[in-house]
Ligand binder design. Structure first.
Ligand code: ACO
Length: 249
């Protein structure tokens, strides 16, 4: 994506043309705001999202980091990470509360996709965050990102969650887990899983009630959270999926 100004004006890139911007430490400037806003918008269009996930104003109110790859006046890619509080249900139905670092937005400009830019950005992020790909959670990964993770990092098995975050089985130190097979097994599990959903909603609601008591006195109504954004309090409700283990071929 081309800008009217050399991106060095906005970014301090390393020898690979990659710059990391920390919302809490970096100085905000109008050039950088434009780069973040336009790349965020392009990412939302590429993922066919109804809302833009990444804007400069949202970013600077968070504790997230953005990695940008630049080349002269072109911005080639954006990768945003940040921590989230998530409830995770494993294949056996047990529920865990986790605070993983998450890949929240990832976009490479259409003109340079499938040319290694995504891998370069991702590797830079792994190095800087000192983390392995399996120790990250992925927010509603697109098919392209699923393919990317499978190809480069052999990540391909996970239990789908109601909150649409993907945490691969390797996160828990497991290469593979038994794959639930056959209709009867799947269907017999559903009522137990519905009960678990209700339990999780109740646990979450109790937790919220404790945290939100002063606001409730003022008449606020909160819906039960599944995933809690540490900074912006975005809540994703439980509603759709059943537990199953997915294997991508
Ligand atoms: N179709 C299927 N797989 C793809 C595609 C595609 N159009 N593009 C990339 N991939 C996967 C494939 O595994 C590909 O390997 P292959 O070409 O041998 O099949 C591999 O990624 C290529 O690796 P890179 O070149 O390093 O990746 P790239 O620079 O294309 O970046 C990215 C990957 C970020 C997913 C990019 O394709 C993109 O921006 N896509 C559109 C936006 C998007 O879907 N972003 C992820 C949203 S989910 C989230 O942000 C949490």
């Amino acid at each position: 994506m081309q800008f009217q100004f050399p991106l060095q004006k906005a970014l301090q890139t390393n020898q690979n043309g990659i710059n990391v911007i920390s919302a809490s430490n970096s100085r905000r400037n109008c050039y950088l705001d434009e780069v973040i806003d336009r790349m965020g918008e392009a990412s939302a269009i590429a993922q066919q999202l109804k809302q833009i996930i990444t804007t400069a104003s949202k970013f600077y109110g968070s504790d997230q980091r953005i990695y940008l790859k630049a080349d002269g006046k072109d911005c080639l890619g954006l990768l945003k990470v940040g921590k989230k509080n998530l409830f995770y249900r494993d294949y056996s139905g047990s529920i865990k509360e986790l605070q993983p670092l998450c890949v929240l937005d990832f976009y490479v400009h259409e003109s340079v996709q499938r040319m290694g830019v995504g891998k370069e950005l991702f590797e830079e992020m792994l190095k800087s965050e000192q983390i392995k790909p399996e120790k990250l959670a992925y927010d509603r990964p697109s098919q392209k990102l699923i393919g990317f993770l499978n190809k480069h990092y052999n990540l391909n098995q996970y239990v789908p969650q109601n909150n649409n975050f993907v945490i691969f089985n390797q996160y828990f130190g497991q290469g593979t887990q038994p794959i639930v097979q056959g209709r009867s097994q799947k269907y017999s599990r559903n009522s137990q899983i519905d009960q678990l959903d209700i339990m999780v909603q109740q646990i979450s609601q109790n937790k919220m009630n404790q945290q939100q008591q002063p606001q409730q006195k003022l008449g606020y109504q909160m819906s039960p959270p599944w995933a809690i954004d540490n900074n912006t309090n975005i809540y994703n409700n439980i509603n759709t999926q059943r537990t199953n283990v997915y294997k991508i071929n």
